[in-house]
Design a binder for this molecule. Structure first.
Ligand code: ADP
Ligand code: MG
Length: 233
């Protein structure tokens, strides 16, 4: 599903530059649930943003679903992003003046779905994340965990091939974090490929595989034992 070879990325900082990714080799198969771990500043978001086609690498190979991403123009890239990728962020990124339902429905509007279809699909996905009864509520009326569930429903409604979550539990308390990760596990069990960026080991252990970044390289890549993945340790 995802194939990355010798990926490099630097940020220009005036006259100097900061080499953030220093030759990343990384593959993800369909149906995996992968945590990308590492301390703050280790390049996790940079890697996820490149995978998510929100940013481009300086060099190296990136293939998504066997398509080399480098050669795509802006329009094609946007099409691929909409079709293949769903995003969940630490800060939820919901639109404050729109209801939970409208937030989930918005990307479907841009996909050209008719109003009735958008509403039905959005309700279905809100139900999937346990928030059907909250459809008409504004984000300000929802808890942090509920907001993240709406964001997950919004990401899933476009039926992406890969769900990318950057610190999805970063703004949540421990109990709520585990609930959100339980939901992410459930979504993965239904067949979705998911990448979760986190700097917390207990969250990473709720994934099936942990890839650890340090100083711009992958220093560890290991499977999580499944009894650990289901237990809240
Ligand atoms: P992480 O998500 O692991 O905390 P990031 O990928 O966000 O790390 O950042 C890696 C490094 O790159 C950090 O030192 C950060 O300050 C720097 N960085 C990230 N984005 C930019 C940017 N747009 N411009 C310049 N430096 C950046
Ligand atoms: Mg980050």
């Amino acid at each position: 599903m995802i194939k990355i070879n010798n990926l490099h990325k630097s940020y220009k900082m005036g006259s100097s530059s900061l080499h953030v990714l220093k030759g990343i080799d990384f593959e993800v198969e369909e149906g995996e649930l992968v945590a990308i771990m590492g301390s703050s500043g280790s390049g996790k978001s940079t890697l996820l943003n490149i995978v998510g086609m929100l940013d481009v690498a300086d060099s190296g190979i990136y293939e998504l679903d066997q398509v080399p991403i480098k050669d795509l123009d802006e329009t094609k890239a946007a099409q691929y992003r909409n079709k293949f990728l769903g995003f969940v962020f630490q800060s939820f990124n919901l639109i404050n003046y729109k209801s939970a339902l409208e937030n989930v429905a918005l990307p479907l509007y841009y996909q050209g779905l008719k109003r009735k279809e958008r509403q039905q699909k959005s309700l279905d996905y809100l139900e999937k994340v346990g928030l059907k009864d909250w459809a008409s509520h504004l984000p300000s009326e929802l808890s942090g965990g509920q907001k993240q569930r709406v964001a997950i429903a919004r990401a899933l409604a476009s039926q992406p091939k890969v769900l990318l979550a950057d610190e999805p539990t970063g703004a949540l308390d421990t109990k709520t974090s585990y609930e959100v990760m339980d939901l992410i596990q459930k979504i993965n069990e239904e067949g979705n490929t998911i990448l979760v960026v986190t700097h917390e080991l207990d969250i990473a252990k709720m994934c099936k595989r942990i890839v650890t970044l340090k100083d711009g390289v992958i220093v560890e890549d290991k499977k999580v034992e499944q009894d650990l993945a289901s237990a809240h340790v």
